[in-house]
Design a protein around this ligand. Sequence first.
Ligand code: MN
Length: 192
Amino acid sequence: MAIELPALPYPRNALEPHLSAATLDEHHGSHHRGHVEATNRLLEGSGLEGVALEEIVRRARGRLADEAAQAWSHGFYWTCLSPCGGGDPAGPLAERLARQYGDFIRFREEFTRQALGLSGSGWVWLVQRPDGTPGIVATRGGGTPLTGTDTPLLACDVWEHAYYLDRQNARADYLEAFWKVVDWQAVGARLR
Ligand code: MN
């Protein structure tokens, strides 16, 4: 059974003006699709055919692990965003972020700092540690928290392809736009 490219959970122009339809077309229709197709090619004969994508990310090695991770991370990223997103989180997530970072603003500053500090391509994640506390993790290239013990709650793709059509190489501007479309309800629902 092949891995499928999940449809965007909103129309391609739904995140405008923060993320343009052109960026979503390219990012979902070309980059995300490319990782799904490469995963399917590499799955043949791997012994992991028919295994769920998350499980492939955990169990595969080498190129398949990398492509599967990118396929999974992109699907996850789209579900972290919403045209009704932005603002501040509420409920238990807000409480845990405040306990860990002082307040939401300081959490956002620290996440942004790590996103801007990651040299080259990668991802920045809000995760839940095994002890329940929130943490911020930056992974290079296609790395994901799935291969460790943390539970991913939120992903920010900081590969240049996530923003160059809208903002050239201005990653800081992209981060500002990103915060305006984060779906805190979806992120908070992932707490265990
Ligand atoms: Mn990407």
